[in-house]
Design a protein around this ligand. Structure first.
Ligand code: GLA
Length: 392
């Protein structure tokens, strides 16, 4: 990343070239498998991407917080004496939610200037929001000398999204953005936060992310609806099994007691979560055993369950996945993230990647009228301060 154009923009906007801002980066993430399991205390397997959010930040004498973005027009200028409140559906709510979390911990907020710049597509299921939250939290921790450990920054960023933005998300995104490690997938137990970095050795295969470019209308409210449906399933199953979250029972146990859930739709929601949890365990074994073929089959099965049981896919995601799965040289493809539009992730034979993008892109466009964007994923490190001299 070349720091100079961002610096120019920063000085162009805020002036005072005398005082240099600090420079931070937080990645986006792609989840390989384990979808809609995190808020059920289950397992996930995400990794951090090379794309993400850059932040230039500087303290000011004037007790005012100024926030601008290179990507979106909305700007804010908020006196530190004011309370923070949500502003429509603006991007600004992510950093504001994080600032509010610092304030709730009695950390004094001072005047500051922040310039954000992102290269992850917004609202595409690659965690642009967690990336903004985490880059803000990490930078504020330094600027305000708060000394919070990384895990606290992860938890407070999730809280910012739950309480300030109003999406009842789990912890996967903030965790992956915070803890990502180059060339590793993060095997995370979302109930205990125990985790292990699993080397992602794809031997001649490449991870390709594809954006359906379908607008994700009402995604947040549908997401919260799924969270509530899972809670309902827990209430029904608790009559026979004392559980607090769906991840606490195995698929075998669920199979025997599923009739405890009278509503067929709620039963399917639970079936997805509990079977997906098992698929993550199997997928992790595949990675340790270098069994990429079986890993791909699990990705396909995950998509099928997200389509039929959890109903978070839709025409565009299903079409893009079906086209990818049919392509010779693909061993697995599925939606990634919350769904309702957004991105897919596929494992593609490395020497077929260009052909894959062209062929799948063409047939997707013919069927949906939309142009997909493709990205070769490089699995990268988590949030960090960027070295000032070379921009890395
Ligand atoms: C979104 C949420 C995550 C997770 C995924 C679905 O990305 O932010 O917490 O629930 O959806 O797996």
């Amino acid at each position: 990343m070349d720091l100079q154009p961002l610096l120019n923009h920063f000085f162009g906007h805020f002036g005072n070239q005398e005082s240099r801002p600090s420079f931070y980066f937080a990645p986006g993430r792609v989840n390989l498998i384990g979808e809609h399991t995190d808020y059920n205390g289950g397992f996930v397997l995400p990794c951090a991407l090379q794309y993400g959010t850059y932040l230039l930040i500087r303290q000011t004498e004037e007790p005012v917080i100024r926030l601008v973005s290179e990507n979106l027009p909305y700007q804010a200028k908020i006196p530190v004496s004011e309370s923070f409140s949500r502003i429509g559906n603006e991007w600004i709510n992510y950093p504001l939610g994080v600032l509010e979390q610092f304030r709730q911990r009695d950390i004094a907020i001072e005047g500051m200037e922040l310039l954000f710049s992102g290269d992850i597509p917004n609202n595409a299921g690659l965690s642009s929001s967690a990336s903004i939250e985490m880059v803000t939290a990490y930078a504020l921790n330094d600027l305000l000398e708060a000394n919070l450990p990384l895990i606290d920054l992860i938890k407070l960023s999730q809280k910012a999204e739950n309480q300030f933005v109003g999406v009842n998300c789990g912890i996967m995104d903030q965790f992956a953005v915070g803890m990502g490690e180059r060339d590793h997938a993060i095997f995370l137990n979302c109930r205990t936060l125990e985790n292990k970095m699993v080397p992602l050795i794809l031997d001649g295969f490449t991870l390709v992310v594809a954006n359906t470019n379908k607008t994700r209308g009402l995604a947040d409210s549908k997401y919260n609806e799924r969270v509530a449906e899972c809670q309902l399933a827990v209430t029904c199953l608790s009559e026979v099994f004392e559980i607090g979250q769906l991840s606490e029972i195995s698929y075998m146990q669920f199979y025997k007691i599923q009739d405890q859930i009278p509503d067929e739709l709620i039963r399917r929601r639970a079936r997805h979560v509990i079977s997906e949890n098992q698929r993550v365990l199997n997928a992790v074994s595949c990675l340790w055993n270098h069994n990429i073929l079986e890993f791909g089959a699990l990705m396909n099965a995950s998509h099928e369950s997200l389509r039929n049981n959890y109903e978070v896919t839709g025409f565009e995601l299903d079409t893009l996945v079906a086209e990818a799965q049919q392509f010779p040289g693909v061993i697995g493809s599925r939606m990634t993230g919350a769904g309702f539009g957004g991105c897919t992730v596929s494992i593609v034979k490395t020497d077929k990647v260009d052909h894959f993008m062209e062929t799948v892109g063409k047939s997707y466009q013919e069927k949906t009228g939309l142009k997909a964007d493709f990205y070769v994923a490089e699995v990268s490190d988590g949030v960090r301060e960027v070295n000032k001299s070379n921009g890395h």
